[in-house]
Design a protein around this ligand. Structure first.
Ligand SMILES: [Fe+2]
Ligand SMILES: [Fe+2]
Length: 296
């Protein structure tokens, strides 16, 4: 039987060699349709169906065991006061870059490169400038690691808490160890929510998405805020597993979430301009929407 008594070793355990391992696993679950078409002819398609590494599985075991309704409330209380530190966004990017483990031969992009690849692909496709900014900042919530948060409370697919966990969420079997799994207040289809109550009334598992959404709430148009808050909510934006909690407004806004997702997953331009070249544009863009310093 799964262990329901959280042990401290579990809670501080970081099974991934770095946060990119989670993103690579997402990519293996949702491969780029363009690459599949290309690789089918070269026989490399099998790369996409390799079983995920044990580290990823262990990461999800921890995530699904500890992301309970009470845990989310505790983390919101702790982090949404934004009283930890104040710094220019550029300092946060510097920190994100330190998250890369250089010893991992598999890591091809540092965090800043991933952010720039995403934002530049959005810019090249002629989308509004606030969406370019969303590309640049969408993973900035990973600075939670700066405050010693474990990986399973920073990254990973997100999902609603306070109602039944969908079996469309990756590794659903690990939810049996979550304290909410047997709690009759939380384990029915709607749990504490009303049918189609709208996602603004729904609590999502805690991580970099929810954190950056709250940080940017006053600065970015709503479409962009949806992209920030729900970019790891694969159970909905890819699997439509929580349609019953969404209202008409969410459905409209999710067009933007779905528009954003391929930029996050598949933007890899080998001829990316250097940061030095791009810097003036992004400095101006950040200054247009964001204050000089941000509260973390
Ligand atoms: Fe992300
Ligand atoms: Fe990302």
């Amino acid at each position: 039987m799964p262990q329901k008594d959280p042990s401290l070793t579990d809670i501080v355990n970081d099974p991934l060699s770095n946060l990119d391992e989670w993103e690579k696993d997402v990519l293996s679950r949702y491969p780029d349709p363009a690459s599949i078409a290309q690789n089918k002819t070269t026989g490399e398609f099998r790369n996409y169906v390799e079983p995920p590494r044990d580290t990823v599985k262990e990461f999800y075991r921890l995530n699904h065991t500890y992301q309970s309704y009470d845990f989310v409330q505790k983390k919101k209380k702790e982090f949404l006061q934004f009283n930890k530190r104040e710094m220019p966004i550029w300092n946060a990017f510097d920190f994100l870059n330190e998250l890369v483990d250089d010893s991992d031969p598999d890591t091809d992009l540092d965090q800043m490169q991933h952010l720039l690849q995403t934002s530049e692909a959005i810019r090249n496709d002629g989308h509004p400038d606030w969406m370019v900014l969303v590309g640049l900042i969408h993973d900035m919530g990973k600075v939670l690691c700066l405050f010693g948060e474990p990986q399973w409370a920073v990254v990973g697919d997100t999902f609603p808490v306070g109602c039944a966990f969908s079996d469309k969420i990756v590794y659903p079997e690990f939810f049996t160890a979550n304290p909410d799994f047997d709690n009759t207040a939380y384990n029915t289809k709607y749990g504490i929510y009303e049918p189609n109550c709208g996602l603004r009334n729904v609590q999502l598992s805690w991580g970099h998405d929810e954190y950056v959404y709250h940080m940017m709430k006053d600065f970015i148009p709503e479409e962009g805020l949806y992209m920030l808050r729900f970019h790891s909510f694969y159970a909905q934006h890819r699997e439509n597993a929580y349609e019953h909690l969404m209202d008409g407004h969410d459905r409209e806004m999710f067009k933007w979430v779905k528009l954003f997702n391929p930029y996050d997953l598949y933007s890899k331009n080998p001829n990316q301009k250097s940061w030095e070249e791009l810097k003036p544009y992004y400095q101006e863009l950040v200054a247009k929407y964001l204050p000089v310093t941000l509260k973390f």
